[in-house]
Design a protein around this ligand. Structure first.
Ligand SMILES: [Zn+2]
Ligand SMILES: [Zn+2]
Length: 401
């Protein structure tokens, strides 16, 4: 591929430069100020109008120059989304462009996603399409409900279809994973507070031991996935944090358990939530303690719309041919807030292959994470292509009017 920027220079080195600049300066959820400033500067250079959204987010619009196929027909509108935030992780890659901020790192490829969407802006700049392409630069994918705020503040105004991609270092560069249906699981974080009765370590008969009840609950939770759901539905329940007690010679009065339920099937999600509530009632009755369960804000599953997935697949086929377009082996039990856009409009999230050859880098969300930068041009090209094809599809679709 030899794609060019609007200025006539090769696109790939431009994208690498943007990605590396972002990589050196990762910013956490809703603090993507420098990142957003860079995006605004690049959009200004292209004279693409934009407005702030969701704190550090940006919505930009590219209006096509072509007239609608039928006079008087509505102008279609579609969105492309990139996430911009980094993670509180110490980088250990030793790369020349490694993070300059201790304890902060782009360890999920969002630096790449942001560069790709700017690349798509260059490729769509000639406006050789009918309708409107909305570019959504979203804050806080990793934490903090960035997509939810983008939606609340009008990010999807007029938008009828939405697309995005995520870099995936499990699959080779020049391949895309495109599926309809379930892509990423729902995520239901929870907190359980156990209130027992404290006492001297030697006088258990005067106490309600929160440590014993918390331990019982942790062990019982292990039976949820094995006993409460259909074994063909993927799911996991993890207690990631357990805190109890203050000193070794006192029976703990309180305990706090925090964890997450991930499930790749709505039935499993319901069964796990109900199962957890049942277990809590049982342990509460057994221990004569007070136990509260609180669900923290979670995310629904990413479910790709069939039509949107067909458009996404067709765009990928154009770029890499049949051998480059795959299907996922199984839905991921990771979550993605792209699901919140899909609650509003049909959409499709794909994966961009970016496996480095030779010595494998670390996995996403690790300090050794890195990806093959050739994916940047691939991703930008796919975003531009899927926008063109999506608009054509919307224009031809009668359901829209
Ligand atoms: Zn991530
Ligand atoms: Zn990510």
């Amino acid at each position: 591929m030899k794609l060019q920027t609007v200025q006539g220079t090769p696109l790939s080195p431009y994208l690498v430069e943007i990605r590396r600049r972002l990589h050196r300066h990762p910013e956490l959820a809703f603090r993507e100020e420098k990142t957003a400033a860079l995006v605004r500067r690049e959009l200004d250079r292209l004279q693409i109008p934009h407005r702030p959204l969701a704190g550090t987010g940006i919505r930009a619009e590219l209006h096509g120059r072509q007239a609608p196929a039928e006079p008087g027909a509505g102008r279609p509108c579609l969105a492309l989304r990139a996430d911009m935030d980094g993670l509180p992780i110490q980088e250990q890659t030793g790369l020349s462009f490694a993070s300059e901020h201790p304890g902060l790192m782009h360890a999920c490829g969002h630096d790449g996603h942001t560069a790709m969407l700017l690349g798509a802006a260059h490729l769509l700049w000639a406006r050789d399409f009918s309708g409107k392409v909305v570019l959504l630069f979203q804050p806080a994918e990793e934490a903090g409900n960035g997509a939810g705020r983008m939606v609340e503040e009008g990010g999807l105004d007029q938008v009828e279809l939405i697309f995005a991609g995520h870099i995936d270092t499990h699959i080779p560069t020049r391949t895309f994973t495109v599926d309809s249906g379930l892509i990423c699981s729902s995520a239901d974080p929870f907190a359980i507070r156990i209130r027992g009765r404290g006492a001297h370590a030697s006088r258990p008969h005067e106490a309600i031991d929160a440590v014993v009840l918390a331990s019982t609950l942790v062990v019982q939770i292990q039976t949820l996935v094995s006993r409460a759901i259909n074994p063909s539905h993927a799911a996991v329940v993890t207690v990631g944090r357990l805190r109890a007690g203050t000193v070794l010679n006192a029976i703990a009065e309180e305990a706090l358990l925090e964890g997450t339920i991930r499930s790749a099937h709505p039935q499993a999600r319901t069964a796990l939530r109900q199962g957890l509530e049942r277990l809590i009632q049982g342990v509460e009755a057994m221990g004569c303690a007070g136990i509260e369960l609180e669900y923290l804000p979670g995310l629904p599953a990413v479910i790709n719309d069939e039509r949107a997935a067909a458009i996404a697949r067709s765009a990928a086929l154009r770029l890499v041919g049949r051998e480059g377009v795959r299907r996922q082996e199984a839905p991921s039990l990771g979550s993605e807030d792209f699901a919140l856009y899909q609650q509003e409009v049909p959409g499709c999230l794909v994966r961009f292959g970016a496996r480095l050859s030779g010595d494998p880098a670390g996995p996403a969300h690790s300090g050794r994470y890195d990806f093959d930068e050739q994916v940047l041009e691939q991703g930008a090209a796919w975003l531009a292509q899927v926008a063109r094809q999506g608009l054509l599809h919307l224009e031809g679709s009668t359901e829209r009017r």
